[in-house]
Design a protein around this ligand. Structure first.
Ligand SMILES: [Zn+2]
Ligand SMILES: [Zn+2]
Length: 313
């Protein structure tokens, strides 16, 4: 069953589960404390926004199951290229608060500068959020540099602010029990990028022997039918799974000498609900370091031909 629906969890249970996981990380990696404190600040804002969106109405999208099934069969993610109206007035306050949390959490002036530029009208939040939804790294980068802002930080705040919306869209479009045509198409999805939004996974979470790729943006879960490189499908000798720390074989990296890509995998008792996937990500930052030290990298996001220029406004 390649598409894996992830059960929703109520905000109090999310917070409780997040605290337990942070506690466990802190115990083994006290050096991560500042990063965990920042993550708590950011995730609290994301969880709050998700609750607001849950109580409101999502845009009506005309995406019949057969249309989506045909799209997925061509390897195109469900939401790619669709005209999706963003609830900009709902997302913008969170965008600004995320800048504040980052400013306090270590990014300082660079984050404050983003907030000020948005507030003064120098960066139109609607364009930024739309570029993030379109997964358009080039547009966000150019737009940020043009305004003297830190591109990676602009990308991060926009992605965090849009993530609860795209997560809700993904749940709405695929549902817990997709119509048969859609279900069949989803079960046939054997790509390393997300069937909903096209992003690469943040990590693969392995639960009871099932390696579920987890989208870094919308948190979708899906399994591949083959054990191979998620980027180029290499399954031969150049594709290697290794545990850099011999005492922690529950945390591994899959590296591929054919394309130079890597993905982290982590054994867990259960799949992380949105947005706690980023805890799996932060818990395994040493694996990113190990992979990058050996020259591996995550490839840029895929372009499905639907990107627009972010207005220079
Ligand atoms: Zn996704
Ligand atoms: Zn590869």
């Amino acid at each position: 069953m390649p598409y894996v629906p992830i059960p929703a969890v109520s905000p109090p249970d999310l917070n409780g589960s997040a605290e337990r996981r942070w506690q466990a990380i802190r115990a083994s990696r006290p050096d991560l404390e500042p990063a965990l404190a920042l993550q708590r600040g950011l995730l609290t804002l994301v969880i709050d926004l998700a609750a607001v969106l849950d109580g409101g109405r999502l845009p009506r999208l005309s995406l019949p199951p057969k249309y989506l099934a045909a799209k997925l069969a061509r390897g195109v993610p469900a939401l790619a290229g669709e005209p999706i109206p963003l609830p900009v007035p709902v997302l913008t306050p969170t965008l600004l608060r995320l800048c504040d949390a980052l400013a306090i959490g270590g990014a300082g002036e660079a984050a404050t500068h983003i907030r000020e530029t948005v507030e003064s009208g120098g960066l139109e939040p609607g364009s930024l959020l739309a570029a993030s939804l379109n997964r358009d790294q080039a547009a966000v980068r150019t737009g940020a540099l043009h305004r003297g802002l830190a591109p990676d930080l602009v990308w991060l705040v926009a992605e965090l602010a849009v993530s609860p919306f795209v997560h809700a869209l993904q749940r709405m479009v695929f549902g817990n029990t997709p119509a048969e045509a859609l279900r069949t198409a989803l079960d046939g999805w054997n790509h390393g990028y997300c069937p909903a939004c096209g992003s690469w996974p943040a990590v693969a979470e392995v639960v009871a022997g099932h390696r579920t790729l987890r989208c870094s943006f919308c948190a979708s879960g899906w399994e591949l039918t083959t054990y191979a490189c998620i980027y180029c499908k290499e399954s031969g000798e150049p594709f290697v799974t290794a545990a850099p720390d011999e005492e922690r074989t529950d945390r591994r990296i899959e590296v591929c000498r054919s394309c130079g890509g890597y993905v982290k995998t982590i054994d867990l008792p259960a799949l992380s609900p949105f947005p706690l996937l980023s805890i799996s990500d932060i818990e395994t930052t040493d694996l990113d370091v190990a992979a990058m030290e050996h020259g591996y990298a995550r490839p840029p996001l895929k372009d499905f031909g639907s990107r627009h220029k972010m207005a220079d406004g």
